[in-house]
Design a protein around this ligand. Structure first.
Ligand code: GRF
Length: 193
């Protein structure tokens, strides 16, 4: 069975959705959830779902002797970022080549880069009166939001949509597509089916 480790900083609704998607079969499973925020709702969700959950601080995350040791010990086939707000250190990326993916709540390369996270993204989309937004699922490299794109989906925006409604539309796309894209990426690894 393929092993997924999820890193998240916030609510964790994507983490939970991914967990439920793979719980239906025996192809893959979420083996752990890790968060850089002690009070993050994602850790409560993981406890409720019976997924091993861990917290780490910045020192542990940025040290080659810290969180990465735990993650390596979990033998993940894929590290999935789901609302994870810290930059991934280079040693981490090198340790998991093509095995870390992220979801960004906009159509990259627009609305990406430093500071573009959470509602900041949707606010910027609204301010620019965009007629569409969406999601981008991509591999993680050394630069924020610049890894190779695996998947994008779009949603139409109406002039009346406020920031909250834009976020809701984007979240729906995330729930629909992120688990399927994770499954696709895992199936492509080593040509396994
Ligand atoms: C999602 O919109 C994701 O795209 C972004 O952070 C949000 C996380 O939401 N990177 P949740 O914690 O999964 O509810």
């Amino acid at each position: 069975m393929k092993r997924i480790v999820v890193l998240a900083s916030g609510s964790g609704s994507n983490a939970e959705n991914i967990y439920h998607f793979f719980s239906k079969g025996d192809f893959a499973k979420v083996v752990a959830v890790l968060s850089n925020k002690k009070s993050a709702k994602v850790l409560e969700r993981a406890d409720r779902l019976g997924i091993p959950a861990f917290y780490f601080n910045k020192t542990a995350f940025c040290s080659e002797e810290g969180a990465i040791k735990l993650i390596r010990a979990l033998s993940p086939d894929l590290v999935v970022l789901a609302g994870f707000l810290w930059k991934i250190p280079e040693f981490f990326i090198k340790s998991f080549p093509n095995q870390i993916i992220n979801i960004h709540p906009a159509l990259l390369p627009k609305y990406g880069g430093k500071g573009m996270y959470g509602s900041n993204v949707h606010k910027a989309v609204k301010e620019n009166q965009e007629v569409e937004s969406g999601i981008t699922i991509h591999y993680v490299n050394e630069n924020y939001d610049e890894g190779a794109i695996i998947h994008q989906s779009k949603t139409t925006l109406l002039p009346a949509d406020d920031v909250h409604e834009i976020a809701q539309k984007v979240h729906l796309l995330e729930y629909e597509h992120y688990p399927k894209v994770i499954e696709h990426v895992l199936k492509q690894q080593n040509g396994s089916q």
